[in-house]
Design a protein around this ligand. Structure first.
Ligand code: URP
Ligand code: ZN
Ligand code: ZN
Length: 470
């Protein structure tokens, strides 16, 4: 078995920051300590660098079918981009077709990932149709390592399920140990606002944000937690939380001692609603749901991260190109040129999450180094049932490790990123920090800006029940 010795670095985990060498034997971490020796081992010099657990992005949409097109990254391009950014595992969302078995969705996504993914991946299933058979199927999927299910309170007729369905799914998750992940926006109200805007010929991208007010997110978040409480105090995880009104609800239920959890995403920490005013159709770059909010929400979200009312930073990576024909891709954002409600929802981010949070959070003095690791790797691994195999540097854990240069600087740009999308929401932004060497299960897959891994080397991760801590 090949051995690799990472020497002279500063190991950062969610708990500690200390100087140590890390010895990898095959796919696992074998020893951690000072002055380690290993004859014949490959050596990685990590002096003046951080040695961190590989990032875990628990919210991605590779090739998601949406609004008549598909998210532009597939499991190959998307996971290569993730690796360049220091992310070594993702959890992607398979989509149940109406009337279809959940296993069919799972198998379809496994087929998309197999032979393509370069890092390890788990799957959630988006449930569109809650019935007795589907509820029973949740149990078997959990046994097979798909332990979380996303429900939508938005997109009527497409993804949205009613409160009764949510209540039933929550009750079942309470019995089988699965986790319900919720897209919390009031889809009914949003639909009325969208129809009104279009009737008044308000068709520009900014109307996407104006018809999805933060109160619609706050209301749905409250309702979701209330349903989880009625179902018996069942754990509930809110995805892509963007608004202070929703955060207030997370805090309220956590303060009552309920197992309430939520993630936010870099776009909500760094970008604001004024982006929709960019010239021409450029506001479409930021059409995602929930939409970007007024700037003041950002400080609230940062406080939420620092105080553990928000436990995870994921990306909701769901890229669509602005121009038709980029790398042979069909029309995507342009589908909504005359009608904002037809712009496919989503934006790229899987490559830039770690550095944005490092730069804005750690360098910006808002969170500690350990909290950065906690938010981007350790707690995602715990909540999504991958810990301690993933999400930490410990003896016996997978050697998913990133050597991070805190002094490197980079300028984020679509010209240099690896995501298959023709724009960056952060174009021109200068950031500090960079993943210089990335190992996945002991194998160096990124080194000195070069991808060294093999297409299809990534493996499906069977996940367990969430490990939940208040
Ligand atoms: O706009 C978004 N968020 N697109 C992806 C689908 C979802 O709701 O997560
Ligand atoms: Zn969503
Ligand atoms: Zn999403």
């Amino acid at each position: 078995m090949a051995k690799t010795l990472i020497t002279g670095g500063t190991v950062v985990t969610a708990a500690d920051t200390y100087r140590a060498d890390v010895l990898i034997d095959g796919e696992k971490v074998a020893q951690i300590g000072q002055g380690l020796k290993a004859a014949g081992a490959k050596r990685i010099d990590a002096r003046a660098k951080y040695v961190i657990p590989g990032g875990i992005d628990v919210h991605t949409h590779m090739e998601l079918p949406f609004g008549g097109t598909f998210a532009s990254d597939d499991f190959e391009t998307g996971t290569i981009a993730a690796a360049f950014g220091g992310t070594t595992s993702i959890v992607d969302f398979a989509v149940q077709g109406f009337g279809e078995r959940l296993a069919k969705a799972r198998d379809a996504w496994l087929a998309k990932a197999r032979g393509k993914a370069v890092i390890d991946y788990g799957l959630h299933v988006i449930v569109r149709d809650v019935n007795d058979r589907v509820l029973r199927e949740m149990d078997t999927l959990i046994e097979d390592g798909v332990s979380s299910f996303k429900l939508f309170m938005a997109y009527p007729g497409v993804f949205m399920v009613d409160d009764a369905s949510i209540f039933k799914a929550l009750t079942r998750a309470g019995e089988n140990g699965g986790l319900i992940c919720m897209h919390a926006e009031n889809g009914g109200v949003i639909d009325v606002l969208v129809k009104r805007a279009l009737a008044r010929k308000n068709t520009a991208p900014k109307w996407h944000a104006l018809t999805r007010p933060p109160e619609a997110e706050g209301e749905a978040t409250h309702r979701a937690f209330q349903l989880a409480e009625m179902a018996g105090g069942i754990p509930l995880y809110i995805v892509h939380l963007s608004a202070a009104q929703a955060l207030e609800q997370v805090r309220l239920f956590r303060d009552r001692g309920l197992p309430a959890y939520a993630e936010t995403c870099p776009q909500y920490l760094f970008l604001s609603i004024d982006r929709y005013d960019e010239p021409g159709f450029d506001g479409a770059k930021y059409v995602m749901s929930p939409p970007l909010r007024e700037r003041w929400h950002q400080e609230e979200l940062w406080k939420g991260l620092a105080r553990n009312d928000l436990q995870v930073v994921s990306t909701d990576h769901c890229p669509f190109c602005m121009k038709e024909g980029f790398r042979g891709l069909p029309k995507q954002k342009q589908l909504g040129i005359d009608d904002f409600s037809k712009i496919p929802n989503g934006a790229p981010g899987v490559e830039t999450r770690m550095v944005l949070l490092y730069d804005g959070g750690v360098v910006g003095g808002r969170i500690t180094l350990s909290r950065w690791v906690d938010l981007t790797a350790t707690t995602p691994a715990k909540i999504m049932g991958m810990f301690p195999r993933k999400g930490t540097i410990a003896i016996g854990s997978d050697a998913d490790i990133v050597v991070w240069d805190p002094r490197a600087t980079q300028t984020l740009s679509a010209k240099t990123h690896h995501m298959r999308v023709d724009y960056s929401p952060y174009e021109g932004r200068k950031v500090k920090g960079k993943a210089v060497t990335v190992l996945s299960r002991g194998e160096i897959i990124v080194e000195k800006d070069r991808f060294l891994g093999k297409k299809g080397r990534g493996r499906f991760v069977k996940r367990g029940s969430p490990i939940l801590q208040q």
